[in-house]
Design a binder for this molecule. Structure first.
Ligand SMILES: C[S@@+](CC[C@H](N)C(=O)[O-])C[C@H]1O[C@@H](n2cnc3c(N)ncnc32)[C@H](O)[C@@H]1O
Length: 327
């Protein structure tokens, strides 16, 4: 998109260029994510691809849109404390730490044996002792975890991963920010005080909850955000009615349901009126179609069964701002 700016976050040159370009958003919105985001934010898209490649992270089929929209909407993050809801081992938390944020990475799935190459590079630690095993256990896990394929291939994969883990102990440049791992359900963030975080982000995570739980999650995230703090979540959009997409085990929500669950007033802008036009452009997007992650072709239940390009829903972003307390 634009020329690369100076990088006050002190991150690796060429990475994390987008943050200085944006101002703090002041308008709540619901936005189906247009594929035009890829061209509008080309330098950020390239950074994301480069970082994912270096970390050996494969994207979900629409994640480039989700990540680009979220990062661009978030504004400057250096020095801020940001919750990533349903983070898994996904790219955003590492990207934000590289840009200087203190990230609280929440997921109900355990990351206790997170590979040490992430720990060292992004200064990862557990919120509680149980959230992250000692390095030696993670190293042992890396060498004993089950892998598919013949013996020589398994041996090569394990040895390479072990080498990368060991190399991460070298005194290379670490991210200015850090990642705190917290294994917890988003409905119950008991260890996080009220009004304590600057922002919360969620990449394709909240739709894996039914409406009742999602409503509770939104309230719980708003509890821990400071007044004026941003909640930026990408979910999956449904047209006409809410429906369950079995292949990705997620709900596709209508504009009406998102308004209700995120407690957004009627006048909140939304582009659901362009649903069909945006969906047609998504289905024709060669950049996403031709770069499907390998895991899709190896699975029937990962959202794009068998790796055959056939989008059945589109991603949508919700921007919610926590109001100041009355009185
Ligand atoms: C499709 S994955 C996306 C992971 C990550 N955001 C990324 O960019 O790769 C969804 C994640 O959200 C997590 N998740 C969904 N609902 C959750 C909840 N109620 N509490 C904690 N984690 C949740 C799941 O465990 C899963 O790791």
């Amino acid at each position: 998109m634009t020329s690369a700016p100076p990088n006050p976050a002190g991150s690796a040159p060429g990475l994390v260029a987008e943050f200085d370009q944006t101002i703090h958003p002041t308008q709540e919105k619901i936005e189906i994510l247009s594929v035009s985001l890829l061209d509008e934010h080309r330098s950020l898209v390239s950074e994301l691809k480069q970082m994912a490649k270096s970390l050996r992270i494969e994207f979900g089929w629409h994640y480039l849109l989700d990540l680009t929209w979220t990062i661009h909407s978030l504004g400057a993050v250096a020095g801020k404390t940001i919750l990533e809801a349903g983070a898994g081992v996904g790219l955003l938390q590492w990207y934000l730490a590289q840009a200087g944020a203190q990230v609280l990475s929440v997921d109900r799935l355990s990351r206790q044996t997170l590979p040490v190459r992430y720990r060292n590079r992004f200064q990862a630690r557990g919120l509680r002792a149980t959230d992250l095993d000692p390095d030696r256990r993670a190293l042992a896990h890396g060498f004993t975890r089950p892998l598919p394929g013949p013996f020589y291939r398994r041996w090569a994969v394990r040895t390479l991963a072990f080498g990368r883990d060991l190399a991460s102990y070298l005194p290379t440049r670490r991210s200015p920010g850090s990642v705190v791992i917290y294994n917890q359900d988003l409905t119950h963030l008991a260890d996080i005080p009220n009004d304590s975080l600057d922002a919360a982000v969620a990449i394709s995570a909240l739709e894996h909850n039914d409406p009742q739980d999602l409503e509770r999650i939104v309230q719980e995230i708003l509890r821990i955000l400071r007044p004026g703090g941003l909640l930026l979540a990408t979910l999956t959009a449904g047209r006409g009615q809410d429906w369950w997409h079995a292949a990705s085990a997620g709900w596709c929500y209508t504009d009406t349901t998102l308004r209700r669950l995120f407690d957004l007033p009627e006048q909140t802008p939304s582009n659901y009126n362009r649903y069909d036009e945006l969906f047609a452009a998504l289905k024709n997007c060669a950049e996403l179609r031709d770069n499907l992650a390998h895991f899709y072709s190896q699975s029937q239940d990962k959202g794009m069964p068998g790796g055959v390009w056939n989008p059945e829903y589109q991603p949508v972003g919700v921007l919610k701002i926590k109001k100041a307390a009355k009185g």
